[in-house]
Design a protein around this ligand. Structure first.
Ligand SMILES: Nc1ncnc2c1ncn2[C@@H]1O[C@H](COP(=O)(O)OP(=O)(O)OP(=O)(O)O)[C@@H](O)[C@H]1O
Ligand SMILES: Cc1cn([C@H]2C[C@H](O)[C@@H](COP(=O)(O)O)O2)c(=O)[nH]c1=O
Length: 208
């Protein structure tokens, strides 16, 4: 007897410095995917599971050593992969995640200055086989991101960081996008929401 295996789902991640517009555009991309009749799981990091959300609270609000921070985001990620991402991809669902390991490179590596080799080691340990099929990087100068955040919310631990932190995080994102051009699409997030949507629709339509 032969079993029926659904084609593996797609794993799409959304990255950018705080205020770049990820959350705004994930909802739109989710609608595009759902309109194709594809099962969809929308999630986020740190978080995405009950334990991951508890870790998120610690990471976003408690002061801690930078390596503790890195270990906690990877602990949250391990749980997220086991409980949510892998089961969804295996049953053919598409997973849209607000951040994944590129954020650890950008924030713990670029922003905090943690040795990138250590982050690579954690990534190879926690998800040796799993990388996104597509990563959409919303790129924006930090003054624009900052103005958007200041207008909308109370800032968490990361959002209160100084300009240098975000400059380094943005540069690390752009460095990774240049290193993995087949996986990344970089969007100029200073454009209007409508203009960005046009680009996103084309990018998502390419994915089969
Ligand atoms: N292209 C845009 N033009 C103008 N305003 C925008 C644009 N994209 C997002 N915004 C606005 O900027 C604010 C921050 O956007 P959003 O919450 O999507 O950012 P984010 O990248 O998800 O931030 P964080 O990572 O901190 O959650 C929101 O008020 C949103 O409406
Ligand atoms: C996955 C991940 C996230 N972070 C930081 C980046 C953001 O400042 C927060 C998450 O907040 P958001 O509003 O949901 O984007 O966490 C990090 O430092 N390292 C990571 O790996």
């Amino acid at each position: 007897m032969t079993g029926h295996f659904p084609p593996r789902g797609k794993f799409i991640t959304f990255e950018g410095i705080d205020g770049a517009g990820k959350s705004t555009h994930i909802r739109y991309c989710a609608d595009l995917v759902a309109a194709r009749g594809i099962e969809l799981v929308s999630s986020r990091e740190p978080g995405g599971t009950p334990l991951g959300e508890k870790l998120r609270e610690l990471v976003l609000h408690e002061p801690m050593h930078l390596e503790t921070e890195a270990l906690l985001v990877f602990a949250s990620r391990r749980e997220h992969i086991a409980q949510v991402i892998e089961p969804a991809l295996a049953r053919g669902a598409w997973v849209l995640s607000d951040r994944f390991t590129d954020a650890s490179f950008a924030y713990q590596g670029g922003g905090r200055g943690m040795d990138l080799v250590k982050i690579e080691t954690l990534a190879n340990w926690v998800h040796p086989e799993l990388w996104p099929d597509l990563t959409i990087l919303f790129d924006v100068p930090l003054e624009v991101a900052r103005a958007r955040l200041d207008a909308t919310r109370t800032l968490d631990k990361f959002e209160q960081e100084k300009a240098d932190f975000f400059l380094a995080a943005r540069n690390e994102y752009l460095r990774r996008a240049a290193q993995y051009p087949e996986r990344f699409r970089v969007i100029d997030s200073t454009q209007t929401i409508e203009a960005i949507r046009v680009q996103l629709a084309a990018i998502v339509a390419e994915l089969r």
